[in-house]
Write a protein that binds this ligand. Structure first.
Ligand code: S3P
Length: 439
């Protein structure tokens, strides 16, 4: 199914207080680790988006009982009957991660430690994404994992795993987490050296489950327990989803919005630091801890922003926000350059060249670099017919750009926004936007 979204130019300010759905990274991990625990895990405000639903489906397929209470289209409560580290059941069908890179890469770490074979697969889009980054460390641990051209499908056979010390070639939470999860199935301590601080949700969740995970500077070490304690957590709102209404309010004159109980893990707050660097009017209040993760209310008001040079360690802490940040930079005064962000080229799509192509249709000149881009703003955006390329964050970024355009914009294949943000359109409209599905 492919649906088009029409977005009208925003002639009134965006106003109001909203919540956005639960964190996608935490939601994936809560299923995986809840399934491997001994006993019942309780997960509240779980994100029922396309990506984590793949994870939920896969663990059900491996015999895990997961009871769902659908509180709304954007928030489910789960009760996961953990089967223990060695209780998963083989499946005669491939485990289908669909579009979810986090699902397949973390799952590979778990499946490498099982005493049965599995096939890990996904959509055409996922089959194009690099898997060598997880195959290499898993093979170093002794895993029996095969693929053709280092792409999905991945064929995993049982093997005895050994602990390794692995220096990550890129700062990536997916690679780090894959190795840590495989590390639950070795005798001894697994060590990972990170080049920079990638999101640490796996470490936090494992710690809450009683696992000995130590972080010392750039080195993380994990010594596996005999069993995992179950989880009891409320998922904080996803800062990566919050970024869309936040930046919409930052660029639409006189807007003023608040997003409640939003994740503030400092491995994820790079976008807030960048917006502040650009002169955004941002206030953080009501700080709390939700599900072992810091969270807070975020308020933003429209302001005239200026461009910025963005590079270095903040990039990985804002890695999913660059498509929407490009929209913010197009509305900021002056030249902005993004560097050190080559990873954007291996996300759902090449988020540098595909975004440049789509934003060009709206009048934006985005000069590409191998590891980033340059934009000079402010640019008067034009309404256009654009495509999401089945990338949720591109779809939402184009929808926010469309609010600042001079005429209506139509976004093709926009239903993919529900891969991470079910209710995106309703949430934006609750703030006063005018977005409508065309079919
Ligand atoms: C994620 C890690 C990041 C991020 C992705 C979610 C995770 O990917 O882009 O959306 O949940 O671990 P990389 O590890 O490939 O940077």
């Amino acid at each position: 199914m492919s649906r088009k979204l029409r977005v009208y130019p925003q002639t009134t300010p965006l106003r109001g207080t909203i919540t956005v759905p639960g964190d996608k990274s935490v939601s994936h991990r809560s299923i995986m680790l809840g399934a491997l625990a001994n006993g019942k895990s309780y997960i509240r405000r779980w994100l029922p988006a396309g990506d984590p639903r793949s994870t939920l489906q896969i663990f059900r397929q491996m015999g895990v009982n997961i009871a769902v209470q659908e509180n709304s289209a954007t928030s489910w409560d789960l009760e996961i009957d953990g089967v223990g580290l060695h209780g998963l059941q083989p499946s005669d069908r491939a485990l289908d991660s669909r579009n979810a890179g986090t699902c397949i890469r973390l799952l590979a770490g778990i499946m490498a430690g099982q005493n049965f074979s599995s096939i890990l697969d996904g959509s055409e889009q996922l089959r194009n994404r690099p898997m060598r980054r997880i195959i290499v460390p898993l093979q170093q641990m002794g895993a029996n994992i095969r693929s053709s051209n280092d792409k999905a499908p991945l064929y995993i056979e049982p093997a005895e795993l050994q602990p390794i010390t692995y220096e990550l070639p890129v700062a990536s939470a997916q690679i780090k987490s894959c190795v840590l999860l495989a590390g639950l199935y070795v005798n001894g301590t697994t060590r990972i050296v990170e080049p920079g601080p990638a999101r640490d949700h796996t470490e936090r969740m494992l710690t809450a489950m009683g696992v000995d995970v130590q972080t010392n500077g750039n080195t993380i070490s994990l010594t596996p327990p005999s069993e995992l304690r179950p989880l009891d957590l409320t998922v904080p709102a996803d800062i990566s989803s919050a970024a869309f209404p936040l930046i919409a309010a930052a660029i639409i004159p006189h807007s003023e919005i608040t997003i409640e109980n939003c994740g503030q893990n400092e491995t994820r707050t790079g976008i807030l630091e960048i917006l502040e660097m650009m002169g955004a009017e941002l206030t953080v209040t009501n700080q709390q801890v939700t599900g072992g993760e810091p969270a807070a209310d975020l308020a933003i008001t429209f302001s005239e922003m200026h461009g910025a040079n963005i590079g270095g360690e903040v990039v990985v802490r804002a890695i999913d926000e660059f498509p929407i940040l490009a929209v913010a930079l197009s509305q900021a005064a002056g030249k902005s350059t993004v560097r050190d962000a080559a990873e954007l080229r291996v996300k759902e799509v090449d988020r540098i060249s595909v975004l440049a192509g789509e934003l060009a249709k709206m009048g934006v000149t985005m000069d590409e670099h191998p590891d980033g881009f340059t934009i000079e703003g402010p640019i008067h955006l034009q309404g256009a017919e654009v495509e999401s390329h089945d990338d949720h964050r591109l779809g939402m970024s184009l929808a926010v750009a469309a609010l600042a355009a001079n005429a209506p914009t139509i976004i093709g294949e926009a239903n993919c926004v529900a891969d991470s943000f079910p209710g995106f359109v309703e949430t934006m409209n609750a703030l006063g936007a005018r977005m409508e599905w065309l079919d």
